[in-house]
Ligand binder design. Structure first.
Ligand code: NI
Length: 168
């Protein structure tokens, strides 16, 4: 069987217009959307990555996938225990505390930089059935969610990086 990535090639490059689009809200919660969410998740795991946003696979809609880690602030014990599919996600609350951490992005291969993120965010989003959820994320889970929400606003981590970017 062909891998999913053969059908949805990764969108690459800091200047790619698909990655610089303020993505459209999802208004239709149908089977097509459910299939798209399944595809986004399957690709995130195929790439062995921690999050993925719809524009990275060519759809400029407000859908993101974020892995869920147990012990999200303990590097040694960080373990994937599930994932979130967030449709029309919005940060409705955040701490003032920030964390500075190294980030990378599937769409910008080989580039690393340090980004300051809120250490905890409360995200309001819909699931693929349109049901609303409110979730508080902390540590690594919060960082990934902020990175992916930036994607659907056309923002890349290199825009926010503090200090010089690094090559692999
Ligand atoms: Ni990214």
């Amino acid at each position: 069987m062909k891998k999913m990535s053969a059908f949805y090639p990764l969108v690459l490059g800091a200047d790619n217009p698909l990655l610089r689009t303020n993505c459209s809200p999802v208004t239709k919660f149908d089977t097509e959307l459910e299939e798209f969410c399944d595809t986004l998740l399957a690709l995130m795991y195929e790439y062995n990555w921690v999050g993925l946003a719809a524009p990275q696979i060519g759809e400029t809609i407000r859908v993101i996938a974020v892995t869920k880690r147990e012990y999200p602030s303990n590097k040694k014990k960080r373990r994937i225990v599930g994932e979130y599919i967030m449709i029309n996600p919005e940060i409705i609350k955040h701490t003032q505390n920030t964390l500075l951490g190294e980030e990378a992005c599937l769409s910008l291969p080989g580039i690393f930089g340090d980004v300051k993120r809120y250490s905890s965010v409360t995200v309001k989003y819909q699931d693929s059935k349109g049901k609303e959820h409110i979730e508080k994320l902390t540590g690594y889970n919060a960082i990934v969610a902020q990175h992916e929400i930036d994607h659907i606003n056309g923002i890349l981590f290199i825009d926010k990086a503090i200090g010089p970017l690094r090559d692999e």
